[in-house]
Design a protein around this ligand. Structure first.
Ligand code: NAD
Length: 357
């Protein structure tokens, strides 16, 4: 029996609804496989914890998480707590503290889900966006001075280091190499940003030499939005900075049908620390408690987690089940259906039990 220790942090809003669904699916996958176990430990960290204790997680939070094989994360964000407190209090300290520098965001059109793009269907949009996850525009450098005065100033400094850029480029080229098209698009803004972004381009060209079998091209981030919408078939693997990929991947999720189907993995490729798996979406105040949150992104990120743990059969079985259920039209309202979170989850569990591959 292979046992994996998973830290579940559902946190806020629809986070607990989708992580509950994901945990149910993981336990059915374990029963179906027979030789694997997921040992879940639940953490009540998040905005409710903050209101009680003044912090989003305890001071030794990272120490508590270190022994786990992976972290399964819901979402942070509450209407009555500022967003920079929730994000910098829980999610970002985990990503940065565990040096999860590769943020991997696959997007494709799942059978049964309709893209808002005309004449774009299954197979036309099949991307993986690699987001630099440790520095860039979200490095936390900057400050405020003369608060409240007319001359008040706020700075937000984007940091690009040779080490940070080289390692994310290498990760992205390697990932592109592992996909059938062996094609990478490097997103940049070096026309307007002459320092960090020019270095980003130079390092991309250097790392490209290590991967002669990977074809690559370069896009300015503004033009990239147009290409994603007008010519989705022309893209495959994509690498971009922390901010650029944050924005582009929300667009990617929407083009694939809904944010509710878009997953993400925060990976420490060197495996020094646990990696963290979560849906891209936030806590979605507008639908919290209604029982209609789409759990597909949370299932898909569980499949990424299983691949990271080396459980490739279980990962593939989970994705087959998700695709079957969506193709059968069992969909939540964000993707045009009228099923509840529970109904989709039960259908996916049944599909796992009935999967004969
Ligand atoms: N990783 C994170 O924890 C994360 C990411 C983004 C936003 N946030 C936080 O979440 C809060 C709400 O932010 P927002 O409204 O900008 O983004 P959001 O992702 O929570 O919601 C955007 C829209 O998408 C819909 N949506 C999102 N997930 C869905 C799902 N699974 N099923 C169906 N519909 C879904 C929502 O109903 C909403 O209309 C804020 O506090 C924000 O800071 C957190």
């Amino acid at each position: 029996m292979r046992t994996y220790k998973i830290a579940a942090i559902p946190a806020d809003g629809i986070g607990p609804e989708v992580i509950d669904a994901g945990s149910e699916v993981l336990s059915v996958l374990a029963q179906r496989a027979g030789d694997v176990r997921f040992d879940m430990t639940w953490f009540d960290w998040g905005s409710a914890y903050y209101k009680k204790n003044g912090v989003m997680m305890p001071e030794d939070g990272l120490e508590q998480l270190k022994p786990f094989d992976a972290i399964y994360f819901g979402a942070v964000g509450a209407p009555d707590v500022p967003d920079h407190i929730t994000l910098w209090g829980l999610r970002l300290p985990i990503c940065q503290g565990f040096d999860q520098y590769a943020n991997v965001r696959p997007t494709k059109i799942i059978p049964g889900v309709t893209s808002p793009l005309r004449n774009v269907g299954v197979g036309d949009l099949d991307w993986v966006i690699v987001r630099e996850n440790s520095e860039g525009e979200y490095s936390g450098h900057g400050g405020r001075a003369h608060r409240g005065m007319p001359e008040e100033v706020g700075t937000e400094v984007a940091i690009f280091t040779r080490v940070g850029v080289t390692r994310i480029m290498r990760y992205a080229f390697k990932l592109a190499q592992s996909r059938p098209r062996k094609f990478l698009t490097v997103v940049t803004k070096s026309n307007a940003q002459r320092f960090g972004m020019v270095m980003w381009d130079e390092i991309a060209a250097e790392v490209a030499q290590e991967f002669p079998d990977v074809t690559w091209d370069k896009m300015l981030v503004d033009a990239m939005t147009v290409r994603m919408v007008k010519n989705p078939q022309s893209l495959d693997t994509i690498v971009a900075t922390n901010l650029h990929a944050d924005i582009l991947s929300d667009l990617a999720g929407a083009l694939a049908g809904s944010l509710g189907v878009a997953p993400t993995a925060n990976i420490d490729p060197e495996r020094r620390f646990p990696s963290m798996f979560e849906p891209i979406h936030g806590s979605a105040f507008d639908i919290t408690g209604k029982g209609i949150a789409n759990p597909v992104a949370t299932f898909w990120t569980a499949s990424q987690m299983l691949d990271h743990l080396g459980e490739h059969d279980a990962s593939a079985r989970l994705m087959r089940a998700v695709e079957k259920v969506c193709a059968d039209g069992i969909l939540t309202p964000d993707v045009g259906g009228n099923a509840t979170t529970k109904e989709v989850t039960e259908a996916v569990c049944d599909a796992i039990r009935g999967d004969n591959a």
